[in-house]
Design a protein around this ligand. Structure first.
Ligand code: HMG
Length: 421
């Protein structure tokens, strides 16, 4: 049931919206002030019903080597140990020459879906016969892309159950290209409607199999060893973890979450649509009918060889990329100039992230490294001030088990000690 105050809420100014929410939800003056303080110049232009900005921490991966070039990659993420792990994995791979990334042409696909089709073969023949016209229709809808050397390049037909999907393949050059492809697909849909066909919908597909990015790497035994385990044993155990993710969906999902830890963080920092990449990645993980780990690690005579392929239809222009000041600065830091370069870097980062997680899981377990970094968040969550955090985290090392309750108790003790000093 709609409430009086939320009708036409979108027509109000951010200030008016905050005022209403403050009254409706009993926000304290400090909470209301917090919302106002974090309002940004562009927020209200970028999203609807805008009230404030939600900030996430940004850090950098400093040593990612891809195709011989060393990158510093901004990452935006709220979870402790993700950036540390990315650095850890990337450093081990850099010692063996870094990541090798393929450099293939990339295209996006727009679907024009027809329904109530009596004779699918007739559509296939029509699309073949009218290929030039259809490409012209698509390109006329967004001519600037063709002028840049891109644009609609081919159109094919696919049966999808009782539907026919007319797929429009578009080279979107350096852009993310979703709006371009949608505009072209709608123009082609209009053409089909004019020929008397029933068009159900026209929309970009995020299953970007024509924007696949593959990266490979090697890691030497010496760079895998821990204080208590030889590099040979660690390598074998990582290869076994990889085999496990290939056969067990429970493990595969977690393995892939670890890969996406780094990929999403880099995508957010680069202003890309990480939801599109996430959905494409998980669909790709299921391409053979069952969900599997996206990465592969194999034992060699000298160490491990790793491989990761993902649909990576990213862009370096368009969307909110040019609008967000921090995104613009991030491109200066990463020195990434093209969409292909960004795709190569992002997928390499995913494989580095995966290596660090698997090495931890196959040796000491995740908690040892991860929890050490998580402790700072735990300290903040029980109310430690920034000056108390170091002391509190230090005191955790004397405990056999640390949780919220223990952390609160330790914080109280620290405060008592300080007040006695
Ligand atoms: P370590 O081996 O104890 O670190 O790693 P180290 O002190 O030996 O340092 C080695 C290198 O690691 C450093 O080289 C840095 O590159 C990096 P240096 O600069 O000293 O020459 N490094 C750091 N970089 C930035 N900040 C730091 C830092 N520490 C080390 N603070 C570490 C400790 C936590 C990195 C390691 O144990 C690790 O990689 N663990 C995995 C952590 C992880 O994956 N976290 C993600 C959250 S858990 C999750 O969501 C995913 C998961 O479920 C996925 C899956 O199941 O597959 C695990």
């Amino acid at each position: 049931m709609s409430r009086q105050w939320d009708q036409g809420f979108y027509k109000l100014s951010p200030e008016e919206r905050r005022k209403i929410l403050t009254q409706q939800y009993d926000l304290t003056p400090e909470e209301g002030h917090y919302l106002t303080e974090h309002e940004s110049r562009l927020g209200n232009e970028l999203v609807e019903n805008y009230i404030t900005d939600y900030a996430l921490p940004e850090g950098v991966l400093t040593n990612l080597v891809v195709n011989g070039k060393r990158y510093t990659v901004p990452m935006v993420v709220e979870e402790p140990s993700v950036i540390a792990a990315a650095n850890n994995g990337a450093k081990r791979v850099a010692n063996s020459g870094g990541f090798q990334a393929t450099n293939r042409p990339r295209m996006l696909t727009g679907q024009v879906v027809l329904e109530n089709v009596q004779d699918p073969q007739k559509i296939i023949e029509l699309v073949e016969k009218e290929q030039a016209t259809l490409l012209q229709v698509a390109n006329a809808a967004h001519p600037s892309m063709e002028k840049r050397g891109g644009g609609a390049k081919k159109i094919t037909c696919r049966e999808a159950g009782q539907f026919i999907s007319v797929d429009v393949y578009v080279d979107v050059c350096q852009a993310m290209g979703a709006n371009t492809v949608n505009t072209m697909a709608e123009a082609v849909a209009h053409w089909f409607r004019e020929q008397g066909y029933d068009v159900l919908t026209a929309i970009l597909s995020n299953y970007a199999l024509d924007s696949l990015q593959t990266v490979t790497c090697e890691v030497a035994f010496a760079d895998l060893a821990t204080k208590t385990m030889s590099g040979e044993v660690v390598a074998q155990r990582i290869a076994d973890m990889s085999s496990l993710a290939a056969v067990d969906v429970y493990r595969a999902v977690t393995n892939n979450k670890g890969i996406m830890n780094g990929i999403d963080a880099a995508l957010i920092a680069s202003g890309n649509d990480w939801r599109a990449i996430e959905s494409g990645a998980h669909a790709y993980a299921s391409q053979n009918g069952s969900y599997r780990g996206l990465s592969t690690w194999r034992l060699t005579n000298t160490g491990l060889t790793g491989e990761l392929t993902l649909p990576m239809p990213v862009g370096v222009v368009g969307g909110s990329i040019g609008l967000n000041e921090l995104t613009r600065i991030n491109y200066k830091i990463s020195q990434i100039k093209t969409a292909r370069e960004l795709a190569a870097v992002v997928v390499s980062l995913g494989l580095a992230q995966n290596l660090a997680a698997l090495r931890a899981l196959a040796t000491t377990g995740i908690q040892a490294g991860h929890m050490q970094l998580q402790y700072r968040s735990l300290a903040l969550s029980v109310g430690a001030s920034p000056v108390e955090v170091d002391k509190l985290v230090g005191s955790f090392s004397k405990q056999t088990h640390v949780d919220q309750e223990v952390a609160k108790k330790m914080l109280n003790e620290i405060r008592k000690e300080s007040s006695n000093e």
